[in-house]
Design a protein around this ligand. Structure first.
Ligand code: OAD
Length: 252
């Protein structure tokens, strides 16, 4: 299957990828679902919603500070690096992520569509203005916005919140145009992110899913690779490079 996908991608110029928590799993960032996932230990509605923040901002900030500390100590892996390298391999490569960990940028990706925000940034909970991301938050004394006095919160999308429409528009446009759409390390359960592969497929893209587990998307994928992304993606890239090199030297 590796060879077939590499052949298709070697001949493609417009490629997009959607990533989820699974791509960062090999870096040591916990995923959300499954036995070891965050949502097996914590209730999202108690920690990742505006209702939770209004009811108990201290607990919400303690949880986000814990996750920030955890993410501060991790490094991007070969999967992130392979996707960063894709930027120079195709005429157009769009990287869309549900992750808030910033590891794609840390791996060298210059353009990342972050659907669910970025945990390292702060913003005002009332007026939405961005706030200095270097600001350390003391959960017992949450700083307030210099403009409106609202409490500072992490710049991530919480349950029940809309995604930024400019960001989703860009992601859906990329899905509509892609010749190949990679779906990497996501359970494909959370919309609108999970709709992107469906839109891409409907518009004629070849869907390639890379995930050790099956997901609701698996039956629709043209190819399902049951491997870790940090293992498969580097092999795929090196195979694409081989295919292109062979084509170039092939006598016509
Ligand atoms: P999930 O935790 O739901 O799914 C992670 C997926 O990664 C699973 O399908 C795993 O099988 C797969 N996986 C694990 N290790 C992998 C590896 N090494 N290589 C490839 N795949 C691997 O995470 P997401 O799909 O990202 O939203 O979750 C979507 C959204 O739900 C998150 O962005 C978050 C969460 O609630 C918000 O916080 C708004």
């Amino acid at each position: 299957m590796l060879d077939t996908i590499a052949e298709i991608m070697a001949a493609s110029s417009v490629v997009a990828a959607l990533t989820g928590a699974g791509i960062s799993a090999e870096s040591g960032v916990p995923t959300f679902r499954g036995n070891e996932g965050l949502w097996a230990k914590f209730r999202p509605e108690d920690l990742a919603s505006m209702e939770a923040f209004l009811a108990n901002p201290k607990i919400v900030w303690e949880w986000y500070n814990w996750r920030r500390e955890l993410m501060a100590g991790v490094l991007p892996n070969d999967g992130h690096r392979a996707l960063a390298a894709c930027e120079s391999m195709f005429d157009r490569f769009t990287l869309i992520t549900q992750n808030v960990d910033g590891l794609h940028a840390a791996a060298g990706s210059k353009q990342v569509i972050e659907l669910h925000g970025n945990i390292h940034r702060n913003k005002c909970a009332d007026c939405n203005r961005p706030v200095d991301s270097a600001l350390q938050i003391d959960p017992r004394q949450i700083p307030t916005c210099g403009h409106c006095g609202g409490k500072i919160r992490p710049d991530v999308v919480w349950f029940g919140e809309m995604l930024d429409s400019a960001v989703t528009d860009e992601a859906f446009a990329a899905a509509e145009e892609a010749q190949v759409f990679l779906v990497v390390g996501t359970s494909a359960l959370v919309h609108p992110a999970a709709s992107l592969p469906l839109v891409a497929k409907r518009q004629g893209a070849i869907l390639v899913e890379i995930n050790p587990e099956d997901t609701p998307l698996t039956p629709l994928a043209n190819y399902h690779i049951s491997e870790k992304s940090g293992v498969f993606l580097p092999s795929l890239l090196s195979r694409i490079t081989d295919v292109r090199a062979t084509r170039k030297v092939k006598p016509s």
